[in-house]
Design a protein around this ligand. Sequence first.
Ligand SMILES: *Cc1c(COP(=O)(O)O)cnc(C)c1O
Length: 370
Amino acid sequence: MTKPFYSYNFSAGPAVLPQEVLQQAAAEMLDWHDSSMSVMEMSHRGPEFMSILAAAQSDLRELLAVPDNYKILFMQGGGLGENAIVPMNLMGRKPQPATADFVHTGSWSGKSIKEARKYGNVNIVASGEASGFTTVPPRDSWKLTPDAAYVHLCTNETIDGVEYQFTPDVAAETGDAPIVADMSSHLLSRVIDVSKYGVIFAGAQKNIGPAGLTVVIVREDLLGHALPCCPSAFNWKIIADNDSMYNTPPTYAIYIAGLVFQWIKREGGVAVMEQRNIAKSRALYGCLDKSFLYKNRVQKGSRSRMNVPFYLKNESLNETFLEEAKERGLMQLKGHKSVGGMRASIYNAMPIQGVYALRNFMEDFEHRYG
Ligand SMILES: *Cc1c(COP(=O)(O)O)cnc(C)c1O
């Protein structure tokens, strides 16, 4: 059973998964490793699922070289949920009411600002709004709060197509404020130094696995500061003390994410993914930059390797573009409803052939309609 060779899925999320992973999951669907059960039917506390969870955690730790003083938590609630869970867990680091610093780079940091305001003060230390969210404000423009509880970044803005190409350091102005990074749409797409962050989290359905799982990587000294209002099931310390088994974790999503981690290892690791993602994004931006029909508005130093939004200068061609793309097996290219236009998400599981197919179609389309 294989998908038709000509179909490529550019959805921003839930998104494409490696074909090998789907085939393995299909083969193991009814009977996982002679257990005579599907993974979906297993007790989360039984030895079979415990082994799946342990392997997923250790493979992720290996892939990102997560230091020993960080916990890996498998939670629920998605990216938006975690954007509310963060302030509930970290505002308590400082006397109340505490202040959290935010860099506003687009839709998702905007939403997390709204969530955090329910639990403390928010200081927007830099914003890309004046540029129409086409740039990450440079580090030297940030006006950080000396005693901030934490500094929140969205390091890849999935809707706006803006990605950090640097790892900031905030210690000089804030003292001990940890950086919290929403990496929902680019975790595992590039090599990162985990030790530069206090907390990294990602909803799985972009670059990791199915919806329903949130991966959280948290430094141990940041556990145990939850506000009294924080539900137990969202309290990082309780989750960590119970090794992500305080309540029923999203078992099947963890299993698929584990298969994705094994796939990345077989392919050569995160550094290999990064090289491929550089090549893929270059191919697509190269096509956009020499075009008279298409335009990407993001400044070159802030362009995302994962999510490439673009506009047709003649917007009346939008529907034709999407219809013709679909006929060629180029799926889900419509941009987010809040910004319009098109968006090609080219996560780890998108092969470069898919990007070439899209580029060839776009060039042909421009030739005919441009
Ligand atoms: C998709 C996304 C979210 C929201 O994820 P949900 O799981 O839908 O809540 C948050 N942040 C970023 C960066 C995202 O890409």
